[in-house]
Design a binder for this molecule. Structure first.
Ligand code: ADP
Length: 317
């Protein structure tokens, strides 16, 4: 349903995304996860035909983004990170206006506006001015406009950003309902949100795709190795060689700094190799300065990415 092939985008000389490729099948609900500045909005703006890539191609339902942007925009419901709303209009006036702009015919206008109003729980505020609504309701209005014309593809860019916890629960509930019969790409910097709503996740970091899989598979993949971090003093070449030759050792990398060497050792997670490695260090005449295991989970990896550029929402859930 969505195919991105080698998408690259430069803003002036600055690269925002590089060689981004992925496929999303019809009916899939896929999370697009990455810290702020990773390139999620850039990729989404390209897929929704709001700007062209510097290179690469993409198709939505078989239509090329460069050649059939108008038809693609009719197929996609897009909730941008910052929804352009008209504060001086009432919710129902705004939705009628948006429906007109999306080509909804006059005779279907009322039924279409009431359909999206009820899908997003906006009945009680339909007559209120958008400028007087809470952020959570404004976001629901954004979601409602994305649902006009009943698009088969929904692209939601950080749909819960800036909302309080109860508003977040409400928006997630609406998205969960919408996911029953649509293809959805949902961008977020919050792992639990994506894990809750999506069966597959694409992780982007610094403009590049770094992983694509189900949340469960990504977690178990990362747990296929366990990592031991070790620092020794003294000559360590012989020790390094001996570690590499041990059973259950999958990979050894060494960084040597004035008189000490830092090892990162990947081992079979079913075996605890710490005491064997410590004994070997002694035997080879090295001084043991540090020895610990580093257990990585998907959450750990993602939190590392997120905390590089944290936002007030970064600690949510
Ligand atoms: P995300 O949506 O993951 O937060 P973005 O796609 O917004 O990431 O940004 C990716 C990179 O591109 C960032 O380094 C950002 O500063 C840069 N960027 C985004 N939009 C623009 C723009 N209009 N002009 C220049 N640089 C931009």
């Amino acid at each position: 349903m969505i195919e991105a092939e080698g998408l690259t985008k430069f803003y002036g000389p600055r690269g925002a995304i590089r060689d981004v490729s992925f496929e999303i099948d019809k009916g899939e609900v896929v999370g697009f996860l990455g810290p702020n500045g990773a390139g999620k909005s850039t990729t989404i703006r390209i897929l929704t035909c709001y700007m062209p890539p510097s290179s690469g191609t993409a198709r939505v339902d078989g239509l090329d983004i460069m050649e059939e942007s108008l038809r693609i925009r009719q197929k996609i419901g897009y909730l941008p990170e910052t929804v352009p709303l008209y504060n001086e209009l009432t919710v129902s006036r705004f939705l009628r206006f948006a429906a007109g702009a999306k080509g909804v015919e006059a005779k279907r206008m009322s039924s279409e506006v009431s359909r999206v109003t009820s899908a997003c729980g906006l009945e009680k505020v339909a007559g209120r001015m958008i400028g007087h609504l809470s952020k959570g309701f404004r976001q629901r209005v954004g979601l409602a406009q994305a649902l006009l014309n009943n698009p088969s593809v929904l692209i939601l860019d950080e749909p819960t950003i800036g909302l309080d916890p109860s508003q977040i629960i409400e928006i997630r509930r609406i998205i969960e309902e919408l996911s029953q019969d649509r293809t959805i790409l949902l961008s977020s910097h919050i792992l639990p949100e994506v894990a809750q709503l999506c069966r597959r996740v694409i992780i982007i970091n610094k403009g590049e795709i770094v992983a694509t899989d189900s949340p469960e598979n990504l977690t178990s993949q990362l747990q296929k190795t366990s990592t031991i971090v070790l620092e020794v003093s003294g000559p360590s070449a012989e020790f390094a060689q001996a570690v590499e030759n041990m059973d259950a050792i999958q990979k050894v990398s060494v960084v040597s700094l004035s008189g000490t060497s830092k090892f990162t050792i990947e081992t079979d997670p079913s075996m605890d190799m710490r005491s064997d490695i410590a004994a070997l260090a002694m035997q080879k005449g090295c001084g043991l300065l540090e020895l610990r295991t580093m257990q990585l989970s998907l959450e750990d990896i993602f939190m590392q990415l997120v905390t590089e550029e944290s936002t007030p929402q970064g600690g949510e859930s």
